[in-house]
Design a protein around this ligand. Structure first.
Ligand SMILES: [Zn+2]
Length: 83
């Protein structure tokens, strides 16, 4: 069942987006990778609360993917996009 985070500030563009994880529940504190549609750039979102379970995918919501592990081994760069 998909899970939603509504109107969270995007760390890439600063605007609020709706985010959706199609593969299961969103737990508070969990980090996800996504692509901001405003700048078409990747970002990382950390859930500030558990996601809302939903029966259907919210149109226009940005899909979330499991983020890479926070502590990467040396030599394996994180996906963080420094500006
Ligand atoms: Zn954005």
């Amino acid at each position: 069942m998909p899970s939603l985070l509504r109107r969270r500030d995007c760390p890439v563009c600063g605007q609020a987006h709706n985010f959706c994880l199609t593969t299961g529940p969103i737990a508070a504190g969990q980090a996800f990778a996504f692509r901001c549609p405003v700048y078409d750039r990747p970002g990382l979102l950390r859930a500030d609360a558990a996601g809302e379970m939903t029966r259907s995918y919210l149109p226009g919501a940005i899909s979330l993917e499991d983020a890479p592990k926070p502590r990467s081994p040396a030599g394996c760069p994180t996906m963080r996009d420094e500006n």
